[in-house]
Write a new protein. Structure first.
Length: 255
């Protein structure tokens, strides 16, 4: 690392290029605020939902039994309610996943993050994987966004590519890197790969390990449309701080 004044100038130059045209609203609408940790109390979930509402993020992702709570607390807001299906390992039967999807939608969820069958994908049973995803898409209905979690930590690039293409052919709207449970999560390289193998109508979600503004910006720049994050408050506050520092720096140079 160089002298502090040079490091600060490098950061300012980087921020000028990345942050100049990015607004708080656009960044917030790229975030799915995650409330999936098993130990969260009901009050902690309420607080998290209120945080999501306050920042106007894209959605809040809650455990299935918290969907009615989220629907109630977000009534009248622009924050969508999401939950998970086949979480976290994707090993439930297809019928069980379809039931989970229908129940979640009936409770008010409009976004579903489902885990594909990882073992079947690695076994080369593409028909099973595709049918499994398609069953959830059909159970959810056309108005619900289904995001397919690949769990990239366990997959080769060839398997990631096949998983993305199977999700697209099954009618999913998103492909997603990770559950947050596996040893590793989203990487810039994976986001670029996933973006390159699906069509422009399919979106990409990065999740697991996105705890800073720089990490969030890196995966968005690589092609992610959404990020799953627990550190939403930290990321958005850092954005405001850096944006203000950039504004003050530019004003200081004005004649």
């Amino acid at each position: 690392m160089g002298p502090p004044h040079l490091v600060n100038r490098e950061r300012e130059a980087k921020d000028l290029g990345i942050l100049a045209d990015l607004t708080l609203e656009r960044l917030a609408k790229a975030i799915d605020h995650s409330l999936l940790r098993p130990e969260l109390t009901d009050q902690e979930v309420r607080d998290g939902i209120e945080l999501a509402r306050r920042w106007h993020v894209a959605s809040v992702t809650v455990k299935p039994y918290h969907v009615p709570l989220a629907v109630s607390l977000l009534d009248g807001s622009d924050v969508r309610v999401g939950t998970v299906v086949g979480f976290p390992h994707g090993s439930q039967t297809t019928r069980a996943k379809a039931f989970e999807a229908r129940e979640a939608v009936e409770a008010g969820a409009v976004e579903l993050d489902m885990v594909l069958n990882i073992g079947k994908l690695r076994s080369g049973d593409d028909r099973y994987v595709r049918d499994d995803i398609e069953a959830v898409v059909e159970a959810a209905g056309p108005q619900v966004i289904v995001k397919v979690i690949l769990e990239n930590a366990y997959l080769t690039n060839e398997e990631k590519t096949r998983g993305c293409r199977l999700a697209e052919s099954a009618g999913a709207k998103f492909v997603k890197t990770s559950t947050g449970v596996a040893p590793t999560g989203a990487t810039v390289e994976d986001i670029r790969l996933m973006r390159s193998v699906v069509g422009p109508h399919i979106q990409v979600k990065a999740a697991h390990g996105i705890r800073t503004l720089d990490t969030a910006l890196a995966v968005l720049e690589a092609g992610a449309n959404r990020i799953g994050a627990t550190a939403t408050d930290r990321i958005l506050r850092e954005f405001l701080e850096r944006k203000e520092a950039l504004r003050q720096g530019l004003e200081g140079r004005s004649p």
